[in-house]
Write a protein that binds this ligand. Structure first.
Ligand code: ZN
Length: 440
């Protein structure tokens, strides 16, 4: 079972401080917690679960600590007595005893904060309050700080922990990692008769080779995830490449690993502690800064991409639009100039023609111009052909008065003279209008 024995924040999320009467100074509980966590393995005796901070029979034993963001957690293995006292609500709260600096009988002093014991209690102090009890003539410690949790939180004080506590061990450094082979050795090692059969397994022993297990179904091989230890000469070792593989799985490699969100921090801390054994940081510790930076970028992108991009592109887009407009206009002008030049050439050609042998009669400039613009818009082949035909059969002048003649149907889109020319040219009235529009 797991209990938060030190909280780092009060209920309004303010950091908590303790008064260390020994040094007469305020100490952040987070610092105290970190110190306790780091010193856990250094104390030459196991940490008992007691009642009311009184010496006496143990109700269980603290197996490991987890130092998480909101406090220091203890994994406590309760004995039957301890389980009873919690089951029937004889006790509802927990409280740690801490000591700053321990002098051992050998004269050696262990610096920093140490966990002396954890107690079940019914007289908890509120967050942030603490009192000090002097132990008088015991050699071990001189100052205790008692601190516990308010009732409402205490109902959550004990929660099943799927994360396996970190344990130091000798290191296998340069060997390849084969999870299946390692698990086979671990089964035999945790088995009472060395067979590795399921019904001979000491599951609390087996568990030590993994980083997580399903507390609802602990007597099943399938409940154990993230193996990274191995056995050599009857001893449990830390397998460096196994640790690296477990870290990769936690980072999502090979489909990742399916463990509850609540246990992830503790599992990562276990794996990270192995990395620290050989003086490295876990991948997520290394990537922390990068990840934060990337997240900022992603947030910016998501929220402001449109604005940022359009702001950056707008002047450029405006410029491109202007250039395109200028090019279009230049192109139009160029085409119009070409057309005008061609039409002028054609007009000059047509004006040079004469009706039959009558040298005095030439084609009127207006007629020539009309034809010239029409011909200038035609395909070159078509135009050449038509020009040859027209030269042989020059357009005749039609008296202007004829345009007023009522014989022409009012629905005819062309004036009589236009209809006449269209006929000579062999084009429909629609085509005549189409080709002969100046703005075409
Ligand atoms: Zn481990």
């Amino acid at each position: 079972m797991r209990a938060r024995i030190l909280a780092y924040y009060d209920k309004s999320a303010k950091p908590l401080y303790l008064v260390d009467w020994w040094t007469e100074s305020f100490v952040a509980t987070r610092e105290v917690g970190a110190s306790v966590y780091n010193n856990f393995d250094r104390r030459p005796q196991e940490i008992p679960l007691l009642r009311d901070h009184l010496p006496g029979e143990a109700l269980g034993w603290v197996k490991s600590l987890q130092n998480l963001d909101d406090g220091l957690y203890a994994e406590i293995e309760l004995n039957e007595r301890g389980q009873e006292l919690l089951k029937d609500d004889t006790y509802r709260y927990v409280s740690p005893s801490l000591a700053n600096g321990i002098t051992l009988l050998t004269g050696e002093t262990l610096e920093g904060w140490h966990l002396i014991e954890v107690s079940l209690t019914n007289l908890p102090r509120q967050f942030g309050e603490s009192y000090i009890a002097e132990l008088g003539d015991t050699q071990e410690a001189s100052v205790y700080i008692y601190l516990s949790r308010p009732a409402r939180v205490a109902t959550n004080a004990f929660v099943p922990l799927g994360a396996v506590p970190f344990r130091r061990g000798p290191l296998i450094e340069d060997e390849d990692w084969d999870a299946n082979d390692a698990i086979e050795r671990i089964r035999k090692w945790a088995s009472s008769d060395g067979s590795g059969d399921k019904d001979t397994i000491d599951w609390s022993k087996y568990r030590q080779a993994f980083a997580w297990y399903n507390t609802d179904d602990p007597q099943n091989f399938g409940s154990y995830k993230l193996p990274h230890h191995d056995v050599r000469n009857g001893q449990l070792y830390v397998h460096k490449r196994g640790v690296i593989a477990a870290a990769a799985a936690l980072q999502g490699a090979r489909g990742g690993v399916d463990i509850p969100e609540a246990d992830i921090d503790a599992v990562k801390q276990h794996i990270a502690s192995h990395y620290h054994q050989w003086g490295e940081k876990a991948p997520w510790e290394r990537n922390e800064a990068n990840r934060r930076h990337t997240m900022e970028n992603i947030t910016l992108t998501q929220e402001q991409l449109t604005v940022a991009l359009s702001q950056a592109i707008q002047p450029l887009a405006q410029e491109i639009k202007q250039i395109k407009h200028m090019l279009d206009r230049a192109d139009e002008e160029r085409k119009a100039n070409e057309l005008a030049r061609l039409a002028h050439d054609i007009k000059m050609q047509i004006l040079s023609w004469r009706y039959g042998d009558d040298q005095s009669q030439s084609i009127p400039p207006k007629v020539a111009e009309s034809f010239a613009y029409l011909l200038a818009r035609m395909d070159e082949e078509e135009r050449k052909e038509l020009l040859q035909f027209l030269r042989a059969n020059p357009p005749i002048t039609v008296p202007l008065a004829q345009s007023a003649q009522p014989s022409t149907p009012s629905t005819d889109p062309l004036t009589p003279i236009q209809a006449h020319y269209a006929k000579i040219l062999g084009v429909s009235p629609e085509d005549y209008i189409k080709y002969n529009r100046r703005d075409n």
